[in-house]
Design a protein around this ligand. Structure first.
Ligand code: B1M
Length: 209
């Protein structure tokens, strides 16, 4: 019988091979792909919480995200065939002038782990590119990352451009120099200090979308 508890444990432990095998076994047994996905999302929720609480660190989070990727690679065609699509879409990127992407990648991975469809625009992304991508993908939320005090102000332009061009789309910000006060000043819809908190933030905002 499909062992979904073992799948959750494998993703949480970052065991890529086991995550892939257990996902395949569950698929072969005909388990609803949404149930299989939930087993992996549950693991990423635990990983996110432990990360927020300082119980585990960036490498463990990356390893867990990779294990989930091994499972989702198998699951994606099954979900697609069943017509199951994530309810919400997100666009994420590092703002113009900034080439740091490790934190942004983590946020993207955790959002995927949390069940969002994520379009990652990479680094050095202009306000116009954020707006164009959010429009193209019909995004519900746009996530901005900045690591430099010199690029952090570029977030303001993106917030303004998204709010002006795409009313209702939420813009959230984060990155080492970013503070909740700065986020409020530039009119962002939210701020998260880390990738685990970014999942809770997105869920909270999208619950009212
Ligand atoms: Co750069 N760098 N760097 N760097 N770099 C910093 C940021 C710096 C603090 C180092 C220092 O001086 N102590 C400093 C900034 C100083 C400042 O602005 N006050 C700095 C500098 C100055 C520079 C250059 C200008 C150096 C130079 O060329 N003279 C240059 C700038 C290039 C550019 O961007 N235009 C530069 C270049 C680089 C590398 C390319 C070498 C490399 C980046 C590689 C890459 O990202 N692929 C690099 C690195 C690695 C760092 C440090 C060492 C590490 C950053 C990192 O990845 N942290 C950094 C010093 C440090 O932080 N200790 C530094 C790990 C990552 C998981 O954390 O990104 O904070 P972080 O993400 C966290 C949270 O912030 C949050 O969640 C993540 C997970 O918890 N978060 C979000 C992030 N985005 C979020 C978005 C959200 C929500 C939460 O919502 C959407």
């Amino acid at each position: 019988m499909a062992d979904l508890a073992a799948l959750t444990a494998a993703v949480e432990a970052g065991n890529r091979a086991a995550a892939g095998e257990l996902t395949q076994a569950a698929v072969d047994e005909g388990v609803d792909p949404r149930t299989i996905l939930s087993a992996m999302t549950a693991a990423m929720d635990v990983v996110g919480r432990k990360f927020q609480e300082g119980e585990l660190f960036v490498p463990e989070m990356l390893i867990a995200a990779r294990a989930m990727k091994a499972g989702t690679a198998i699951l994606e065609p099954v979900l697609l065939a069943a017509g199951v699509k994530p309810e919400f879409r997100a666009v994420v990127g590092t703002v113009e002038g900034d080439l740091h992407d490790i934190g942004k990648n983590l946020v993207g991975m955790m959002w995927k782990g949390g069940g969002l469809e994520v379009f990652d625009l990479g680094v050095n992304v202009s306000a116009a590119a954020f707006v164009a991508a959010a429009r193209e993908h019909d995004a519900h939320i746009v996530g901005l990352s900045a690591l430099l005090t010199t690029t952090m102000p570029n977030m303001r332009g993106v917030v303004e451009a998204v709010h002006a061009g795409l009313p209702g789309v939420r813009v959230v910000v984060g990155g080492a120099p970013v503070t909740p006060e700065f986020a409020a000043q530039i009119g962002a819809d939210g701020y998260a200090p880390d990738a685990g908190a970014a999942v809770d933030l997105a869920r909270g905002l999208l619950a009212h979308a």
